[in-house]
Design a protein around this ligand. Structure first.
Ligand code: AMP
Length: 588
């Protein structure tokens, strides 16, 4: 069992704590938070504190300064917001707490988080203050009095210079994403604010990296801070194919449904972040005809066991779970894990995807990533030392092609029951003899009966998938691939190639990468997105592949099949036979 370690010896004069995954039984109540804050957390549906929260909250509640090495997506906002809200007195004219954030987007996010966690604390006011917004609104709010100000350093300095913000009563100062603030040129402002605010304030500094400048600032302005690191030493099994899909929050349920349609899955665990969300997602899946059930920390143990047994026996195909509820689950049938929400730490990611690929089988992990979460994705890749392949949302054509294949398979299976076929053959013959209708039409009519109310074809429904530019994270100022992860440039370096193996051949992205890398001498960075379709796949590779390499790759085999690699001509010249079409059923 993972647990969070005590104080470790360190070369650093300040003691250092390494935050592992949160201990299994640890709850928010164990951390010493105020009852009103706990009530809000219950509403929000968080099950357990994340690693950074478990390590930071008790230290901040003791009044100590903290330096936390943590990325976005680890739950660091709650790590500082919850202790501040638990301790602060409301109703003073001047702010008690100030959070400095590098961007307007982050400042607004932090404000929203404070408001959410303060839902049961009477009269707390939180004010975002950032550049680009008119002063009027900020000034009138400041005049009325606010408890917590969240802002970008530049605009905060403007207010301080104008005398419109009084920080003389400040008790808590948080520097969020300190490294980003410095990179954006706010070093001087940050230092001025640190120096010109009351010396007895408590300071929490969070940063994804720890450059020398931040070490100096923390040594100079913080009071014997406790240094907390989120451990990211993890590995994942190579038998699990890991993909990610960029989706907006609103698109998640439709994206999941399409994935359920096209993926060849046996049993699946869908992970959500909150208990409430497990119920909502399970209910939506049931409404769409899937056998799905929710398990979370609130579901009684007996019920949980019953549900897991149903998954084992095949009565249930989809389990929608929180991390806690699915911990240690060992069910061979789980072929797929879907991270409907990304986990809050990379170790949870590893635990989650380890629920598949059991007993020597292969497994598939698909993670939904919203554009805001691209950094968490990079952190996961870094921690697991494995790049995740981007997948695209299965198209309506993909879904319909799969439905047709399944329909064909159902006919083939039914034909194997020769006794039943003999009986119905007579019934059909009788019908044909007495009605002037071809047998094919009778078969089609029976298909209509079998199909029921669900249409065979999904209607065209456009979901415009958001994209994000991963290079924005990976190559910060001055270029260089700081994160060391794969770079997927969409600036013309890549071209899309088509290979003649697809879902029908049960090909997986890692087989494609493996085969092409071996035969073509390609490296990890040479691969962009891979889309696996029914009868072919599209692979992004360098646009400038030599003829020789293309010829060599064209002769490569995957699963025994010649892949016939060629530049994809896009929709215009794609062979019609490659596209799923509405076929009639009297094909040979
Ligand atoms: P942050 O790293 O603070 O940006 O948080 C990332 C996301 O995790 C936010 O959507 C939070 O609402 C969510 N979150 C924070 N703490 C927890 C927790 N203990 N359990 C589940 N979700 C959490």
């Amino acid at each position: 069992m993972a647990h969070y370690r005590g104080v470790m010896a360190s070369e650093n004069p300040a003691p250092s704590v390494e935050a592992d995954t949160a201990p299994e039984q640890l709850t928010f109540a164990d951390l010493g938070l105020d009852a009103a804050v706990l009530k809000a957390l219950k509403d929000v549906g968080y099950e357990t504190p994340s690693a950074i929260q478990a390590a930071t909250i008790p230290v901040l509640l003791q009044g100590r300064d903290v330096v936390g090495l943590a990325q976005t997506g680890t739950g660091k906002t709650a790590a500082f917001a919850l202790p501040v809200l638990s301790q602060m007195e409301t109703g003073h004219k001047n702010p008690q707490a100030l959070v400095l954030a590098p961007t307007r987007e982050l400042a607004l996010q932090v404000c929203e988080a404070f408001e959410k966690y303060a839902a049961h604390i009477k009269g707390v006011s939180v004010l975002p203050v950032y550049g680009g917004q008119g002063y009027g609104q900020q000034l009138s709010a400041l005049r009325r009095g606010v408890d917590i100000v969240v802002g970008t350093p530049g605009r905060i300095m403007d207010h301080l210079d104008k005398g419109t913000l009084d920080l003389s009563e400040l008790k808590y100062l948080v520097l969020d994403e300190a490294d980003e603030m410095l990179k954006m040129g706010f070093a001087e402002d940050v230092e001025t604010i640190l120096a010109d605010t009351p010396s007895d304030k408590q300071v929490a500094l969070f940063s994804a990296t720890m450059p020398a400048q931040i070490r100096r600032i923390s040594a100079q302005y913080l009071n014997n801070p406790e240094e907390i690191t989120v451990k990211t030493k993890t590995t994942t099994s190579a038998s699990i194919t890991q993909r990610y899909l960029v989706v907006s929050y609103q698109q998640k349920i439709d994206a999941l449904t399409r994935i359920l349609e096209v993926e060849n899955f046996e049993g699946m665990i869908v992970f959500t972040r909150t208990k409430n969300e497990t119920e909502t997602v399970a209910e939506k899946l049931r409404a769409r005809g899937y056998t799905a059930a929710a398990i979370n920390g609130d579901v009684a143990q007996v019920q949980r066991e019953r549900t897991v047994n149903q998954l084992k026996s095949g009565k249930l195909d989809i389990l929608v779970a929180t991390d806690v509820a699915a911990r240690g689950l060992d069910v061979e049938r789980i072929s797929h894990v879907v991270n409907y929400d990304l986990p809050i730490d990379t170790e949870s990611y590893v635990h989650r995807i380890g629920r598949t690929g059991r007993a020597g089988r292969t497994g598939d992990a698909i993670s939904f990533v919203t554009p805001r979460e691209r950094r968490m994705l990079t952190a996961i890749e870094k921690a697991t030392r494995q790049p995740l392949t981007e997948m695209t949302l299965p198209s309506v054509d993909d879904v319909n092609a799969t439905r047709l294949t399944r329909f064909d398979d159902a006919i083939t299976t039914a034909l194997e029951d020769t006794a039943a076929i003999a009986t119905f053959r007579d019934v059909v013959a009788h019908y044909v003899a007495h009605h002037d209708v071809p047998e094919a039409d009778v078969a089609a009519a029976l298909a209509v009966v079998a199909q029921g109310d669900t249409p065979l074809f999904m209607e065209e429904e456009t979901i415009s998938q958001p994209r994000f530019d991963r290079d924005r994270d990976r190559a910060p100022r001055g270029g260089g691939d700081r994160e060391g992860g794969p770079r997927r440039e969409r600036d013309g370096r890549f071209a899309t190639y088509r290979i003649a193996v697809g879902r029908r051949q049960r090909v997986e992205p890692r087989q494609i990468v493996g085969a092409l890398a071996n035969e073509g001498g390609l490296r990890r960075n040479d691969f962009g997105a891979i889309q696996i379709r029914q009868d072919f796949s599209l692979v992004e590779l360098p646009a400038d592949l030599s003829r020789d390499t293309i010829a060599r790759l064209g002769d490569t085999r995957i699963s025994g099949q010649l892949i016939d690699l060629r530049l994809d001509q896009g929709g215009r010249s794609a062979k019609r036979s490659d596209r799923p079409q509405r076929r009639s059923f009297d094909r040979d």
